[in-house]
Design a protein around this ligand. Structure first.
Ligand SMILES: [Zn+2]
Ligand SMILES: [Zn+2]
Length: 294
């Protein structure tokens, strides 16, 4: 496992295009890992990371099946070697951190001998309660219905549970990358809360302070919500990205692509946006995480 080193600034210019958050047919992606790699090369990416959804202990249609995990890792390794002269490949997984169910994603990542792992919260769960609030996916009704049934419609309680789950993941597991840090806003569309409300700002700022204090964690700037037209801003929103730049927390840019056509969707626009927001470097995986000048 490689951790972030921000001490050795190597003054390398940022490669044109890259993403360390991608999906394929081992999880809920639409193209095989090899199709994704070939498309990444054709689109001019210099670095590309595999990050299928890691296995979860319940029936589902999105994650790698436990019995397929080794095959996934073997296939990623085969491709890393096969295409090493054309593109730098990195092997990762996107882990769900779920209260009571999956709280050891750092140990799972170490056992899988990954180059890096992304930690995310897609399913919000209260301790001792078996139900889960699915905040991702294409359906706003799921978000709305489960907010009612699990949290009695109490948005502050629900959003608070999302952030405390995120904070537990940060403290216990220190993921290399935190994926879509404020996905909780995606289906909100300013209906239940505004990101300018004091209680929401306090939750977000405590999480950012925890990330900063913990160290060694990269926040991804993920443009999937924008190109899928599911939300109006990046993950995290520009408002928070400005704070993240001031706090000097390292970032990377991810498209979170699920098929070949999404590999570089809005990448260049996102790169310009982060520059404008005050960032001067981004983190790239090249046999270890390295800062590169934007
Ligand atoms: Zn995700
Ligand atoms: Zn993803």
């Amino acid at each position: 496992m490689h951790f972030v080193s921000t001490k050795t600034y190597n003054n390398t210019a940022m490669p044109d295009k890259f993403t360390f958050h991608s999906h394929n047919t081992f999880c809920d992606g639409k193209n095989t890992p090899e199709e994704m790699v070939i498309a990444a090369i054709e689109k001019g990416l210099t670095h590309f990371g595999f990050s299928s959804h890691a296995p979860v202990p319940f029936e589902n249609t999105f994650a790698v099946k436990q019995e397929q995990l080794q095959t996934y890792l073997d296939e990623c390794r085969r491709l890393k070697e096969k295409y090493k002269n054309k593109i730098k490949l990195a092997i990762g997984l996107e882990y769900d951190y779920i209260t009571d169910l999956i709280e050891d994603i750092n140990q799972r990542a170490a056992a899988a001998n990954l180059d890096y792992f992304i930690g995310c919260v897609h399913l919000v769960k209260l301790k001792g309660d078996n139900r889960m609030w699915f905040i991702d996916g294409g359906k706003q009704e799921t978000y709305d219905n489960e907010l009612q049934t699990i949290f009695g419609g109490d948005i502050r309680k629900a959003v608070g549970a999302f952030f405390s789950q995120t904070n537990a993941m940060i403290s216990k597991c220190r993921p290399n990358i935190i994926g879509h840090l404020d996905k909780i806003k995606m289906h909100n569309h300013n209906r239940f809360f505004s990101e300018d409300e004091r209680w929401y700002e306090d939750l977000m700022m405590s999480t950012l302070e925890l990330i900063s204090k913990t160290g060694g964690i990269i926040i991804e700037v993920n443009c999937r919500g924008l190109y899928k037209h599911r939300c109006e801003d990046l993950f995290p929103s520009r408002k928070w990205l400005q704070r993240i730049a001031q706090m000097r927390i390292p970032i990377t840019i991810s498209t979170d692509c699920h098929n070949v056509s999404e590999i570089d969707s809005l990448f260049c626009e996102t790169r310009e946006a982060v520059k404008t927001l005050g960032f001067s470097e981004v983190m790239i995986y090249d046999e270890g995480w390295k800062p590169c000048r934007i």
